[in-house]
Each structure stands twice: as C-alpha cells, then as structure tokens.
Ligand binder design. Structure first.
Ligand code: SF4
Length: 405
C-alpha cells in the first residue's frame, strides 16, 4: 500500500495539530512520556503478576472505545484486529496500513506479547508438536498441535495449573496458579495456526479444531473462556474463523458452567471427564464429584445435549484395576443409556501415567473388554490414541517439569 492511500495519511490530512496517535506516540504507550524500552521495563516490573491488556480480551464492540481511551483513532483497533485475527500477525513491520510513526509502540500497546516459547518437542513422526510457553508472570502453560487425516487439532490450556486436584493428573499436582486471560488463550491458538500454516507438522496445514483439554478446568475460568470461544469462532476480523462446531470444551463436571455454556448459542462440543460411573470411585478420581455427584453431572451433560443438539463426549481415563473392569463398563453403559444411546460418544483413553505415580494405564486386554462392553450396549465408542506419550504427553507434564527446574 502506498503512503498516499494509507489510512495513516487519511487520518492526519486536514486536521489541525497532531493526530491523536502522534500525541500517543510522543507521550509513550502509558501516556507518561516514557520512552518505549523504559515503558516495557516499568510495565514488566509493575505488572509482573498481571498480563497487560490486549485487544483480544475485548469483545469487538468494545475495541473502538478502548483505542479511543488510549488517544488513538477508533479505526486503529479494527486495523489491528484484522491483522491479528485474519492474518495471524502481530509483527508491526507487516502492518504497513498503520502509520509508520509510532507503529511499533501502537502494536505493542494493542497487541502486547503474552507468550514466550521456551520449549518445543515433536513426536509421532512429526504429527504431534508440543510447545511450552512462559507467561508474563513466569507461569508455564503448554499446547499440543496434532495432525490427523483431514484435520489439525490444537489442545489449549485455560489455566496455569489447575485447582481441581485430580490425583492421577500432572496438572492437578501443580495446583492452581491463575486463570489465563482470553488473549492468552487466543494467542495459543494464533501461534499454533501460524505454526501449522508454516509447516510445523510436516507440510503447511490449516488449524481446523481446538480442544480445551490442556492445563486447567476451562469452566472454572468462565468469562475468559466465553470471550475466547467467540474469538476462535468469529469471522471478519472478529475471530479466527474456526467453526464453533470444531471446538470442544472439556470439563470435570462443573454443573453451573455446563448450564451456562448451553445457553450461549455456541454449538461447541462438550466433553465430560467422567472417569467412573459410581460416586465412590469418582469421588476419589475427580474430587469435585463430592459436590455434584455422578447422577447430577450426567443430567447436566444431557441438558447440554438437548440445548445444543451436540453429542456429548464422555472422557474416561482407563486406570489399571481402578476403573477399567468390564463390570464397570456395564455400569457406565447403564447410566448413560438411561437417556438413550444417541446423545453421547464415549472416549475411553488409556491413562498417560505421571512419573512416580501409583496410577498406571490399563492393560490392552482390559481396554478391549471395556470398549466391547460399551459397544454391546449400543453406545458409540472410540478408544482414543495417546498422542505425545513419548514426550511427556499427559496434560501438564512438560509444564510440571519446567516448574520443578
Ligand atoms: S484432570 Fe483436568 S480438571 Fe483434573 S486436575 Fe487435571 S487438568 Fe484439572
């Protein structure tokens, strides 16, 4: 784009005095007249525990007012959003429609850096890439990018650590450090979409699916989750344009969150981490069950199905001699079939054992018997693969190692 037709030029022409953004550039991003490196240092010091505000934290209708509050023309927010969501870009050097003077500072303010990649591991013959990021408060989160026939799926984290304390889970052992912001979750998606497009999985590919199955309980971070879902599914510079139907929210069973999500008008898939059909075992494996119980949790999952028309995924980590007996599969089938067979899809998955844990993965013959029993009851069952097992594949394992350093 030439200088003559750039929006920068149009903004400035015919206006008395400097354009608001010129004043913004002269004053510094914080409006205090501090030079850019000093701003970054001061911001780092004062905001060590809190991520900086980011355009992607806001709903599209809030962004113009935010730009204005920073002394910028309203259209700057829309331009930055277009680069961020439509072009997956946050490098100022490619945003040539923004005025050259103060461009770096403007981009650093509207789209500040939130994640720093600290480790990347590839496995499954290049079809799985696990990335560890550090956040501004030095929390660690991870994503897993996976290539399947016909789709590319990203597993994202919604919290640093997790407060749900499931005893077999690496993330549960970390405890909850904090909720991620919407922008921190959306940035995981943007970086993965860029990596996939650049051939990180062997050849350039489009990110098509997102699952909230990384670190954290997404429904315990509801407001940010809702903004993130709209940021993933929105089109036209309002989001990344990934169909909500290709997005899965996985929960250990926070019923108020399930009901709220059912009313959002977003056809995302719900995955319920059930792991046991009876209260006694589930109380032990998923401590939040002591509050809600299996019957009420399944009832909420079924309400979700009725409200959205989407099949609910029942996630079931097969743990040797704990929850993997065939008679338990029959018990599970009975509980699910009380609502019929067409509202759920059961995904047993052999446990990815955490180093030093007493919990072990089921034996293959137990897995087969468990799956067979569910299928005999008329349920749709898929034994899930354990992608990334040889690279600390269980959720939170890579981050747990980083935290322990
Ligand atoms: S299994 Fe999920 S809900 Fe439970 S502690 Fe781990 S991350 Fe949290």
């Amino acid at each position: 784009m030439s200088q003559a037709d750039s929006p920068a030029r149009r903004d400035g022409v015919g206006r008395p005095g400097p354009a608001p953004e010129a004043a913004f550039a002269a004053k510094g991003a914080d409006g205090l007249g501090v030079s850019a490196p000093a701003v970054a240092t001061a911001a780092h010091r004062t905001r060590a525990a809190k991520p900086p505000p980011h355009l992607a934290d806001l709903a599209p209708e809030e962004r113009d007012a935010w730009a204005e509050s920073l002394g910028l023309p309203r259209m700057r927010a829309r331009q930055a959003a277009r680069h961020y969501f439509s072009r997956l870009e946050r490098s100022a050097s490619y945003m040539t429609d923004l005025p050259a003077a103060g461009r770096d500072q403007l981009v650093a303010t509207l789209l500040p850096e939130l994640l720093t990649e600290v480790a990347r591991q590839t496995t499954d013959r290049g079809r799985t890439v696990k990335t560890l990021y550090r956040l501004c408060d030095s929390s660690a989160v991870e994503t897993v990018l996976m290539a399947y026939p016909g789709r590319v799926t990203l597993c994202v984290s919604s919290q640093a650590g997790c407060g749900m304390a499931c005893p077999f889970c690496a993330t549960g052992k970390l405890g909850l450090k904090r909720n991620l912001t919407a922008a921190e979750m959306l940035e995981q998606v943007r970086l993965a979409a860029r990596a996939a497009g650049a051939g990180a999985l062997g050849e350039p590919a489009r990110l098509s699916n997102v699952v909230f199955m990384g670190m954290g309980e997404p429904l315990a971070n509801y407001r940010a989750l809702e903004r993130t879902l709209r940021g993933i599914a929105g089109g036209q510079a309002e989001g990344f344009g990934i169909s909500a139907r290709n997005v899965t929210v996985s929960t250990c069973g926070l019923i108020p969150g399930i009901d709220r999500l059912a009313g959002e008008g977003l056809p995302v898939r719900l995955a319920l981490s059930l792991h046991a059909p009876d209260d006694e075992t589930r109380d032990r494996l998923v401590p939040v069950n002591r509050r809600y119980g299996v019957a009420a949790t399944l009832a909420a999952a079924h309400r979700y199905h009725l409200a959205t028309g989407r099949r609910v995924s029942i996630e079931y980590a097969l743990i040797r001699d704990i929850n993997d007996q065939a008679w338990r599969a029959s018990q599970l089938a009975e509980r699910l079939c009380q609502y019929g067979t067409r509202w759920v899809h059961v995904n047993p998955i052999p446990l990815n054992p955490v180093e030093g844990s007493v919990w072990a993965a089921s034996r293959p013959e137990a897995q087969d018997a468990f799956v067979r029993r569910l299928a005999q009851a008329g349920l749709t069952v898929t034994l899930r693969d354990t992608r990334g097992r040889d690279i600390d594949g269980a959720c939170g394992q890579l981050a747990a190692k980083e935290v322990a350093k």
